[in-house]
Design a protein around this ligand. Sequence first.
Ligand SMILES: [Zn+2]
Ligand SMILES: [Zn+2]
Length: 154
Amino acid sequence: MNAVTEGRSAETPANTYRGRCFCGTVELSVSGEPAAMGYCHCESCRSWSAAPVNAFSLWKTDVVKVTRGADQIGTYQKTPRSLRKWCKACGGHLFTEHPHWGLTDVYAATIPAFPFKAGVHVNYQETRLHIHDGLPKLQDLPKEMGGTGVAIGE
Ligand SMILES: [Zn+2]
Ligand SMILES: [Zn+2]
C-alpha cells in the first residue's frame, strides 16, 4: 500500500484525501485539485505554526469537509481574512479559512496522503529560512490574490 491509497477509503472518490489532527479527534477530507500549493514565509504563519514555513494547499471552501469531531474545532481570528482552526483536544492545527478568497488552506501536514507539490513561495520578503529549490519566490502574494506579484531572489 502506498501513501496515496492509504489516505482513501472505498466509499469516497479516488481524488479524495483524508486528514486528521494530531490526536485523531478531528477528521476531514478534501476532494479534487487544490487551487494552489506552496510555502508561506509570513510572520503570521510562522508564529501560528511554530515552524519556519507553512506548507499550504488552497482548496475551494466547499470541498473541505469535516467528517469527525466538528464540535472540537476551535477558531482564532486575528484578522477578518484568516479563520485559523485547531483541535481543542490536542491543540493540533488543521486549516485556515480565507473567506475573502473563498479558499481554505489545508496544511500539507494535515493531509499526508495528498501528493503535495509546491509551485511557489509567498511572502518571501519575511523569510527566516531561505530555500534554494528553484521555485518562484514572491515578495508578498500573487497579483490575483491582492499582492504585488513581484518575484525576488532566493
Ligand atoms: Zn486533536
Ligand atoms: Zn503566511
